[in-house]
Design a binder for this molecule. Sequence first.
Ligand code: SAM
Length: 222
Amino acid sequence: MFRTISNNLAFFRQFRQRFETTGAIAPSSQFLAKSMTRFLAKRGSGPVRVLEIGPGTGPVTQRIIPLLTDGDRFDIVELNESFVEILNARFQQDDVWKPAAAFSQVHQLPIQDFQPDEKYDFVISGLPLNNFPADLVDSIADTYFKLLKPEGVLSYFEYMYVRPIRKVVTRGDEKVRITRIDDTMAAHCAKQRIARDNIILNIPPAWVQHLAGVGSPDGAMA
Ligand SMILES: C[S@@+](CC[C@H](N)C(=O)[O-])C[C@H]1O[C@@H](n2cnc3c(N)ncnc32)[C@H](O)[C@@H]1O
């Protein structure tokens, strides 16, 4: 309880100081976190490689960890050093997180610069794409698929109706930016989407998009 309040306050501080990269007023709800991890929850018995991008204070990480076991690999990429400190402290102190510490690593850098040796079975991203320049979204979307195995699953969320509304109410450069981001993500969804969840119980409500890796026969089933 104390940890939740303290993490919510830390998140809100970062929202005020770094709105563009934090992108949300509060950490994701347990309902959103459950949806983000639903394909990982159906994993087979062999070892898996999981990458979480933009975990913030760790509401989705908290759901990922109990689904992992010795022999798995869990990498976390987070830009903000305040969140990295919180995450590392949780791996040392939190009874749920401690068993995963041996096969987990928090990397402090932008995801565009992350160069692991191997691809991942699951890429789970909380990045606020709608806040970014359109070129950066193009490059991050490419990075997602470079990091994902063909048979893997990418899960990410976006707040409901933000782009459709902004496309109508904005003008000039902002309209161009948001339209380009919408086109980029819609094109990936058209080719690769396997499922979409509507999560009303989140602030704000969100869609969770689940996409297959490039080269998978499962692409564009939903
Ligand atoms: C909307 S918050 C999501 C936090 C958390 N996943 C949740 O659901 O509550 C976005 C997170 O992405 C991080 N972030 C933003 N840009 C990033 C980048 N280029 N690479 C890695 N992390 C980034 C921010 O620091 C922040 O922690």
